[in-house]
Design a protein around this ligand. Sequence first.
Ligand SMILES: Nc1ncnc2c1ncn2[C@@H]1O[C@H](COP(=O)(O)OP(=O)(O)OP(=O)(O)O)[C@@H](O)[C@H]1O
Ligand SMILES: [Mg+2]
Length: 239
Amino acid sequence: MRIERVPSDVPGLDKIIGGGFPKQSVTLISGGPGSGKTTLALQILVNGAKQRNEPGVYATLTETPEEIILNASSFGWDLKHLEDKGVLKVLDLRPSRFLEFKSRGESETFFSWVWNSIRQEVEKIRAKRVAIDSLNVLSAQFQNEYQSRRAVMNLIEALQRLPECISFLLFEQITMERTMEEFLTSSVIILHYVPVKNGMIRAIQILKMRRTDHSENFHPFDITSKGIKVNPNETVVFF
Ligand SMILES: Nc1ncnc2c1ncn2[C@@H]1O[C@H](COP(=O)(O)OP(=O)(O)OP(=O)(O)O)[C@@H](O)[C@H]1O
Ligand SMILES: [Mg+2]
C-alpha cells in the first residue's frame, strides 16, 4: 500500500524524509536551546496554511502568543493574517493561563485542559497540522516518570486519531542521552546546534520515521530571514 504523505514544503526537508510526513504521524522535534524547534514547527504550519489550505493549530505552553507572532514576523510570516483567514490558531496554553482557568472553579487537570483546548480548536478550524511547544512543560506536571510516560502515550494516541492530521511535539533536549519521549513517538527529528572550530553549526538528523526510507545522515541547515533551509545534498561529520 502506498503511504500517504504530507509535504512540509520546508526547502530541502521533504527530500530527506521520502517526500513528506506520513499522514496521522506524530513527530518529536528535539533539540537544545536556540536549535530551531519553534521555527521549524511554525514553518510547517505556515506552509500548510498558505500553500495547501491546510489549517494548523500551534499550542504554545512556553512563550506568549505575542512573542510567537513577533518571532514569526521576522521570517515574513504574518500569523495574525492567517488567523483572520481561519487557517491558523496560536493557542495560549501556558500554565499561568491554566491557573486563571482553575481560579474560576473549574476542576480539570492541566493535562486534560491542554488536550481539550487543542481538540476543540482542531475541530473548529478543521486543522490538519498540530504543534505542541513544548512537551517538557506537559510532562513536568507529573509526580513520577510512570505517570508522565502514561500521559505522553495517551497524548500521542489521541493525536494519531485526529483525522488526516500530522502532529509535532517539541522537546527541549537537556542531555545527550536517549529519552523515553524518543521511544514513544513514531518519528524523531533532532536539531543539532554544536560548536565547531570557528563558531556554531546547525544540522538536522532524522533519527527515525516509520514507514519511511529516510536519510541517515546529518544534513546542514540554515535559519535565514525566510526560515529554515535544509541542504539535502551535503552532510556534516561530527565525530
Ligand atoms: N529572522 C531570523 N533570521 C535568521 N535567524 C533567526 C531569525 N530569527 C531567529 N533566528 C535564529 O533562530 C534561533 C531561534 O530559533 P528557535 O526559537 O526556533 O529555537 P528553539 O529551539 O525553539 O529555542 P528554545 O529552546 O529557546 O525555544 C535564534 O537564536 C537565531 O539564531
Ligand atoms: Mg522554542
